[in-house]
Design a protein around this ligand. Structure first.
Ligand code: SF4
Length: 68
């Protein structure tokens, strides 16, 4: 099953940490909270994405199975 990165908007504070680490994948949504574009994740940036996941102060960035 394919894994996807998803921002849990119930937790996200809109602090911008993830966007600061990789603004190709992470961006602010209209609501001021972060969103993740999985189509932009590749072998070159996946370490940065893992770093962003670990850096989120409220652990709002989750890795899920695609159908969850
Ligand atoms: S680092 Fe976490 S809390 Fe901050 S904007 Fe990204 S997902 Fe939201």
């Amino acid at each position: 099953m394919k894994k996807i990165v998803k921002v849990n908007k119930d937790k996200c504070l809109g602090c911008g940490m993830c966007v600061g680490i990789n603004s190709d994948v992470f961006d602010f949504d209209e609501d001021g909270l972060a969103k993740a574009d999985n189509d932009k994740i590749n072998d070159e940036n996946k370490e940065e994405i893992n770093n962003a996941i670990d850096s989120c102060p409220v652990s709002a960035i989750e890795v899920k199975e695609e159908n969850e």
